[in-house]
Design a protein around this ligand. Structure first.
Ligand code: IMP
Length: 189
C-alpha cells in the first residue's frame, strides 16, 4: 500500500474487499440492465465519492447510457452532514424528459439524495431513481426511496473506493472502517 503509508493507523478493519465491491457492481449492473432495457438513461454521478463506483457500475450495464456529473456537498470536511446541500458544480446535460439514474457512494441522512432527486424532477426529468453503493440506514433523517443499493452498513464512518475522510483515502481499493482515534486526532488538529 504505497500511496497511503500510515493506513494501519487509520483503518480499524476492512468492511468490503475489492472482490465484494466487484460482486456488488455485477449484481447491480445486471439488475439495471434489465430495468433500463430499451431506455437511454442519463447516469448522474455525484462527485466526488461516486467516481470509482460509477465507472465500475456502468461497465456492468448493457444499456445505451450517457454520463454526466454533479458536485453537491453537505459535509465539507466534517464527519456529519451540515444539513445544507449546495451545488458546487452543475450538470452540463439537459435532463428534460430523460430517465435519470443518480449514482452515489453512500446514503446517510438522505438529505443529499433528496435534494438531487427533487432538483432533477423540477427540471423535468421523466424519471429519477438512484443507485447507491452503501446504504447507512441508522442515521436517516428523511424518508427517501433508495431504489438500488449494494449493501447496508451500520452507523460507522467508512473510507475507500471513493469514500473520503477530510478528502483523503478515496484511492483505497477496499472499503474500511475508520478508527475512532483517527477521527479524534483529526478533530484536535
Ligand atoms: P447524506 O446527505 O447525509 O445522505 O450524505 C451523503 C454523503 O455523505 C455521501 O455522499 C458522502 O459524501 C458522505 N458520507 C456519509 N457517510 C459517510 C461515510 O461513512 N464515509 C464517507 N462519507 C460519508
Amino acid at each position: 500500500m504505497p500511496k497511503n503509508d500510515n493506513i494501519d493507523n487509520i483503518i480499524d478493519h476492512k468492511l468490503f474487499t475489492e472482490q465484494d465491491i466487484h460482486n456488488m457492481c455485477v449484481k447491480l449492473g445486471k439488475q439495471l440492465t434489465e430495468d433500463y432495457a430499451g431506455k437511454k438513461p442519463l447516469i448522474v454521478g455525484a462527485l466526488k465519492g461516486a467516481i470509482f463506483f460509477l465507472t465500475d457500475l456502468v461497465r456492468e450495464m448493457n444499456v445505451k447510457e450517457q454520463i454526466d456529473f454533479m458536485d453537491v456537498s453537505s459535509y465539507g470536511d466534517s464527519l456529519e452532514s451540515s444539513g445544507q446541500v449546495k451545488i458546487i458544480s452543475d450538470l452540463a446535460t439537459d435532463v428534460k424528459d430523460r430517465d435519470v439514474l443518480i449514482v452515489e457512494d453512500i446514503v446517510d441522512t438522505g438529505l443529499t439524495l433528496k435534494f438531487m432527486k427533487e432538483l432533477l424532477k423540477k427540471r423535468g426529468a421523466k424519471s429519477v431513481k438512484c443507485c447507491v453503493l452503501l446504504n447507512k440506514k441508522a442515521n436517516r433523517q428523511i424518508d427517501i426511496d433508495v431504489e438500488y443499493y449494494g449493501s447496508k452498513v451500520g452507523n460507522e464512518f467508512v473510507v475507500g473506493y471513493g469514500l473520503d475522510f477530510m478528502s483523503f483515502y478515496r484511492n483505497l481499493r477496499y472499503i474500511g472502517v475508520l478508527k475512532p482515534e483517527a477521527i479524534k486526532l483529526a478533530a484536535n488538529k
